[in-house]
Write a protein that binds this ligand. Structure first.
Ligand SMILES: [Cu+2]
Length: 384
């Protein structure tokens, strides 16, 4: 038979050029080992590693990942072994031989339908279970807190229930304080496009969809800083849209919340006073609120609330660090960062809405002078 003599295109290419074949194989195994090495240099202690979960939600999600990965690997090895066995055992041994021709095997076909169906069902049940677990705070939790996270291009607004009553909320930005060991429900919203809320060490991503409420929860088992990030492409500065979750002891959390709820401080420093005037005259207050309390459900402004901007460890949604190693805001760092931001925000965050919309950047006649920037820096630094 003609077909039996024909080794096919690949067969002849490989046999005719065994050197090329060897080189290709060598290159492929090199590439594979480089890829595999990637698996071993994963550093669980890295800020955004999902391999070191520090709360129950992230733990459950990592568990399901391992089950599916290991389950998949077992299936791969078993199927691969069966395939190799069949290839070797039933190969054609000589040109003349015609292998035994079989058609259909009901028992085998039933087996390879039922076993995968059971495996897939098992994974589906476990996954759906984890999905529901990740969505809602466990019913038996004694205490929980609820906060609102609102996505903006390209920063996060956070709102806490006001200590003075449910009709009001405490407004902050880019930094989420939570009490250790207490489940936190997070209602997710967006004022513009779809964003996604992700704190790898505490919980997986959940989308923030405009006018479509979503929610999730997490809990930090120990105090610390957890890095968060927008995980859905949302425009020019998407990659620069970060935030921090800061988990502290419950008593410290209460102090923090009442500090945030308190009105912005009036500074006695003359330069800061001058800055407060410029803040109004230069149009900053059109986009930035200095009121710490807002009506529940009301819309925030275009820019982050600045009432306590000097208390935040980072500026411009995680782009510049104001804190020393211990997490205390260092005024010198803060001043330097504020100055850099006010001089040219788009250098720090390309495309940000302050550069593209504030008159002081779009109208060359209104550009901030050196003096005005110094006064604004002094004023903003006083907003502890
Ligand atoms: Cu985003």
């Amino acid at each position: 038979m003609v077909t039996m003599k024909n080794r096919g295109v690949f067969g002849s290419v490989f046999i005719n050029s065994s050197r090329t074949q060897k080189i290709v194989l060598l290159l492929m195994s090199l590439a594979l080992s480089v890829l595999a090495a990637g698996c071993f240099i994963i550093d669980p202690s890295a800020n955004q590693s999902t391999f070191e979960p520090l709360g129950p939600v992230a733990e459950r999600q990592l568990t399901i990942f391992w089950w599916i990965l290991i389950g998949g690997a077992v299936v791969f090895v078993l199927v691969g072994a069966a395939l190799i066995y069949a290839l070797v055992k039933f190969r054609r041994r000589s040109e003349e031989e015609t292998p035994i021709q079989v058609h259909g095997n009901t028992r085998l076909e039933l087996l390879w339908t039922i076993i995968p169906a059971i495996v897939v069902m098992g994974f589906a049940i476990a996954s759906i279970n984890t999905l529901f677990y990740s969505a809602n705070v466990p019913k038996d939790s004694e205490k929980t807190i609820t906060l609102e996270a609102i996505g903006h291009q390209w920063w996060f607004e956070f709102r806490y229930p006001s200590p003075n009553g449910p009709e009001n909320e405490v407004v902050t930005a880019n930094e989420v304080y939570i009490p250790v060991g207490i489940p936190v429900r997070i209602n997710l919203e967006s004022v513009d496009v779809i964003h996604s809320f992700w704190v790898p060490k505490l919980a997986g991503k959940v989308d923030m969809v405009p006018s479509e409420g979503n929610h999730m929860w997490f809990q930090a088992d120990e105090p610390g800083e957890f890095y968060g990030q927008c995980a859905e492409y949302c425009g020019t500065s998407h990659a620069n849209m970060k935030f921090k979750v800061i988990a502290v002891e419950p008593a410290e959390f209460d102090t923090w919340l009442s500090d945030q709820a308190a009105p912005a401080l009036e500074s006695g420093d003359p330069l800061a006073k001058e800055g407060a005037g410029i803040f109004k005259d230069a149009g900053c207050s059109g986009c930035h609120s200095l009121k710490t309390i807002a009506k529940t459900g009301s819309k925030g402004r275009v820019g982050p609330n600045l009432a306590h901007v000097a208390s935040r460890r980072d500026l411009a949604a995680g782009m510049m660090n104001n804190a020393d190693g211990a997490g205390n805001v260092n005024d010198a760092y803060l001043q330097e960062n504020l100055r850099k931001w006010l001089e040219n925000p788009s250098e720090i965050k390309p495309g940000n809405l302050m550069s593209s919309q504030a008159a002081v950047y779009t109208d060359p006649n209104k550009t901030l002078t050196e003096r005005q920037i110094s006064a604004l820096v002094a004023y903003l630094t006083s907003l502890k």
